[in-house]
Design a protein around this ligand. Sequence first.
Ligand code: ADP
Length: 143
Amino acid sequence: MALETTLILFKPDAVSKSLVGTVLARFETEGFKIRGLKMMALSDEILAEHYSHIADKPFFPDVRSFMQETPVIALALEGEGVIGKVRDLLGPTDSKEAAPGTIRGDFGDKEGDAKMRNVCHASDGPEAAAAELKRFFNDGEVF
Ligand code: ADP
């Protein structure tokens, strides 16, 4: 399995519910290594780029507002097959459909906003990971 680096965002629900340490511990327990970590407020511009694949959806303005409720925490995480493994650890987009034991199943919203308030973003493939690491980290910020 290839050594990869993925881009994770701890979303505002994770930050406001003080779940960042708990979720980060799950990643470290899997043996993945932190290569970059920073808190940042997301502009309309970076969100339009990051979520260009859902920009025409009726729920996009709600997603943008949600992602601006608090600063997020961006994480560059390295490991063997980390991109797919982290997606598995997260579970599906809709937290209500996510199994217990997954991050979204355990910590995502189970009420009205279950599809939106789902704790973390994680890159969905090698191309996305490369683009997203460049989007959220400047040169010299990934070690
Ligand atoms: P994922 O983050 O699981 O890869 P997508 O890329 O499809 O999911 O969507 C990006 C983000 O937009 C989701 O993580 C979620 O926060 C939000 N989202 C997706 N679908 C919906 C929806 N139907 N209603 C509200 N928010 C949604």
